[in-house]
Design a protein around this ligand. Structure first.
Ligand code: IPE
Ligand code: IPE
Ligand code: MG
Length: 246
């Protein structure tokens, strides 16, 4: 058979209907292992995939792409790997922020990023402030993110407001919780993708995923790219979303 035609991103862009896609970028370590390389080589290749997929998200007309880069549980990894990941992240923001800004992208970091090293916090806040006034798509990077932590801090902030008499406890609703999460202001989540064959959410966007479509692929994150994202959106387009109705 002839080689497969490259998906036409513009035709997928026009009719997939998704506004917000989140990706659990998994499989960097296994990608490296298959090549007898150190795990950090997988993470470096993973950064290249982030660049490809961020560009594709813009071409595909997404309003928001959220990428799970470091979980609140990833501190359990050896300190050297954590340092490699933080170093790659720092380098990524420094080297790519100009391109994001030039393309009108708004960079958001979600998660407890304020607990990271002060110079990294400054870099993140500078990048967010610089791009905050842009009108293009949002690229949200989940860093030191855990959905249970996110809910704990949301409950704490709502409880503090209730204790201060700003809101009545019995009047707290889903919209208040939405507004107290790290993802406040992002469009509703349509599609959650996980690479590398694992089929779990690993503490990612548990509240936001209530009615998201789930898409699992065996592709390892460093092998993921524009075509793979277009394929996921094609699958999404075929789903019948009911939100509990008929
Ligand atoms: C994803 O790849 C990157 C992060 C979790 C930071 P992994 O490092 O989890 O790769 P595997 O799962 O070991 O292959
Ligand atoms: C989820 O991947 C976290 C990120 C992709 C940042 P993990 O590799 O940490 O998840 P588990 O341990 O396999 O559930
Ligand atoms: Mg993993």
């Amino acid at each position: 058979m002839a080689t497969q035609a490259k998906p036409d991103l513009t035709s997928v862009a026009s009719d997939h209907g998704a506004r917000h896609v989140a990706i659990i970028m998994d499989g960097n370590g296994r990608w490296a292992k298959k090549r007898l390389l150190p795990r950090v080589a997988g993470h470096r290749a993973g950064v290249e995939a982030v660049r490809r997929v961020a560009r594709a998200a813009q071409d595909l007309g997404l309003e928001c792409l959220t990428l799970y880069a470091f979980s609140s549980e990833n501190w359990k990894r050896p300190a050297s790997e954590v340092a490699d990941l933080m170093g790659l992240l720092r380098h990524f923001i420094q080297s790519d922020i100009d391109e994001f800004h030039a393309n009108g992208v708004r960079l958001r970091v979600i998660g407890n990023y304020r607990a990271l090293e002060p110079s990294l916090v400054d870099l993140i806040e500078g990048a967010m402030a610089r791009t905050a006034g842009n009108s293009g798509p949002i690229i949200a990077i989940a860093l030191n993110y855990g959905a249970q932590d996110e809910m704990v801090q949301a409950v704490q902030s709502l409880a503090a407001r209730a204790a201060a008499g700003e809101i009545a406890a019995e009047a707290i609703g889903a919209a208040d919780i939405d507004g107290a999460l790290y993802t406040a202001g992002l469009p509703p989540l349509d599609l959650m993708v996980r690479t590398s064959g694992e089929q779990r959410l690993s503490n990612f966007m548990l509240w936001q995923a209530a009615y998201a479509e789930l898409y699992f692929t065996d592709t390892l994150w460093p092998d993921f790219g524009a075509d793979a994202l277009a394929q996921a959106l094609d699958a999404f387009r075929m789903r019948d979303r009911r939100f509990g109705g008929l």
